[in-house]
Design a protein around this ligand. Structure first.
Ligand code: TYM
Length: 328
């Protein structure tokens, strides 16, 4: 059994990108491994957040975890800010991270580009992410492609610590889906599907009304070839829709290609919309039930307790190795 850890920022509506790139693997991995899944609220505040909206979105992501099928009896579900060891180890690891490494992070470059003032938190964000992972000595980190660079840095920081203070941290591996590790926008297949895109037609939000989802998919960009074929280089839009179809329906891409051989895009898109709706409708029903009953509060309380048990031990050991005087 391996240790698995991952997290999602509560910084807006979760999309099919988050679902396919991350959540679907969370659900899968919980059956075989010891899992920790958190809502990374401390990361969300690296860009300005309205306090009320942050609270609402944090609860929403926690409820979505449960609604998507993460079983709180199998995996610990918790809020990053309720386990104070994250912030503390984050600081310790910041002192082991080089400016040059942080400057090379593409997510930092993207998020800071063109901004007049950029918060220091956005810059040191990857050290906190390294702390999230190393605190649990996680073996596997299920994420989408866009987080691979942060994982590389986490491995470098782990190795650096191990070299200076003696072998202690597990050097984690990235776990990404074979296809769909980068779900693209519906209107522009050169950009990843993102909750922060101002054009809502570019993404499928997990809490979108199914009628809206059907409309978004019917308007999704394709090409003029009318061949349903997976070819990300020459047919990026259709390949993206094929990835979404494959994950929503749980069938291999080759099977979908065969099904629509010789057909135009119309029937393919119509069925895709139905597959996505069939996935999302029960998820939404469960989500609203969780929000109504408030059952996620108890789940988060238990999850944080479990996470703290592990985190406390790691932090003590790290501080001991680094030369801090621990309470006697
Ligand atoms: P975040 O909140 O941006 O995204 C959450 C997860 O969803 C994946 N993802 C996608 N996958 C495929 N296609 C897309 N279009 C797409 N958009 C998002 C992301 O890769 C991610 O797995 N830094 C992280 C959060 C984090 C974390 C951690 C993750 C903080 N600490 C520790 C793992 C371990 C982030 O901003 O993800």
């Amino acid at each position: 059994m391996k240790r698995v850890l991952s997290g999602i920022q509560p910084s807006g509506q979760l999309t099919m990108g988050n679902y396919i790139g991350a959540i679907q693997n969370f659900v899968k991995l919980q059956h075989e491994h010891e899992c920790f899944f958190m809502v990374v609220d401390l990361h969300a505040i690296t860009v300005p957040q309205d306090p009320e909206a942050l609270r609402e979105q944090t609860e929403s992501v926690a409820a979505l975890y449960i609604a998507a099928g993460i079983d709180p009896n199998k995996a610990a579900i918790f809020l990053q800010s309720q386990v104070p060891q994250h912030a503390e180890l984050g600081w310790l690891l910041t002192t082991l991270t080089y400016m040059g490494e942080l400057e090379r992070m593409t997510q930092f470059k993207d998020k800071s580009e063109g901004k007049e003032s950029v918060g220091a938190g956005l810059f040191v964000y990857p050290s906190l992410m390294a702390a999230d992972i190393l605190l649990y000595n996680a073996d596997l980190v299920p994420v989408g492609d866009d987080q691979k660079q942060h994982l590389e840095l986490t491995r470098d920081i782990a190795n650096r610590f191990n070299h200076r203070f003696g072998d202690y941290f597990t050097v984690p591996a990235t776990y990404t889906p074979e296809v769909g590790a980068r779900i693209m926008s519906l209107d522009d297949a050169s950009k990843k599907m993102s909750k922060s895109n101002p054009n809502a037609g570019s993404y499928i939000a997990l809490l979108d009304d199914p009628a809206v989802i059907r409309k978004k998919i019917s308007r999704a960009k394709t090409d003029s070839e009318a061949v349903v074929k997976y070819d990300p280089v020459n047919k990026p839009e259709v390949s993206n829709l094929l990835s979404i179809y494959s994950h929503a329906a749980g069938v291999p891409i080759a099977e979908i290609e065969a099904k629509y051989e010789g057909q135009m895009y119309g029937p393919f898109k119509k069925d895709l919309a139905e597959q996505v709706a069939a996935l999302i409708e029960p998820l939404q029903a469960r989500y609203h039930e969780v929000r109504r009953t408030g059952e996620h509060h108890e789940v988060l309380r238990r999850g944080a307790e479990r996470a703290r048990e592990v985190a406390e031990k790691t932090l003590d050991e790290v501080k001991r190795r680094m030369g801090f005087v621990l309470p006697q």
